[in-house]
Design a protein around this ligand. Structure first.
Ligand SMILES: [Zn+2]
Ligand SMILES: [Zn+2]
Length: 221
């Protein structure tokens, strides 16, 4: 704890600025672009009918939310879901870039039953530079295919937990957090999700999902 997301505000503003201009310049691939998530979210719903139940779902972002739900929130129908995916980071100080196969994203979601709409709030977790170790968690850039895969897994959860659908497409609900041969070992001390106890240092997807599943049960997901 104690680290800051110093770049959060400026990057976020930049991302929204580029969105409003219709330019999603992703030069390095390491830029955090909320618009990529929003656009993909909308496409998956409108074109692919991922949540075809007649409710209007929206996605928003929070950079402080946790995976803990209060009793009141649980009663209100909020649920949490953590997903692990691939991403690319860039250090604001030394400009070094690094890929990670263990980027955690946390979603809170709920269906406003009878009101015709649903809400998803996403938090991407950052990582610190291995060289600078400057206590700054950088935000991450994602590839569209990873965004799609992550959102599809989320939609599968929503279909199950909000609409009572059976587990259909198993591939969407399985983690994609398998260690890659090329990737460096996950450094817990540089990972914001590890810092919050959300990510597991042991690079075994089963361990992570075992932990997540326990939380999930606790939170009645
Ligand atoms: Zn650095
Ligand atoms: Zn971690």
């Amino acid at each position: 704890m104690g680290k800051t997301l110093r770049r959060c505000t400026s990057k976020e503003k930049k991302a929204y600025k580029s969105r409003s201009k219709g330019k999603n310049s992703q030069k390095s691939g390491a830029e955090w672009l909320p618009s990529l998530w929003q656009d993909t979210f909308e496409k998956l719903l409108l074109r692919d009918k991922e949540l075809d139940y007649g409710d209007h779902w929206t996605i928003d972002f929070s950079y402080i939310q946790t995976n803990t739900l209060s009793l009141e929130e649980r009663r209100g129908g909020w649920k949490v879901s953590c997903h692990c995916t691939n991403g690319k980071f860039q250090c604001a100080s030394c400009q070094r870039m690094w890929p990670s196969a263990r980027v955690q994203v946390l979603f809170r979601y709920r269906l406003w039953t009878g009101q015709g709409w649903g809400t998803v709030i996403m938090r991407p977790f950052g990582q610190s530079c291995h060289y600078c170790r400057n206590d700054v968690f950088e935000f991450c850039g994602f590839l569209k295919r990873d965004v799609k895969q992550t959102l599809r897994r989320l939609f599968a959860k929503i279909r199950k937990n909000c609409y009572g659908e059976e587990d259909g497409e198993v591939s969407y609900s399985l983690p994609v957090c398998a260690p890659k041969a090329k990737a460096k070992p996950h450094e817990s001390s540089l990972c914001e999700a590890c810092d919050m106890g959300i990510c597991s240092q042991q690079d075994r997807s089963r361990t992570f999902w075992g932990t997540a599943a326990q939380n999930v049960n606790k939170e009645k997901i």
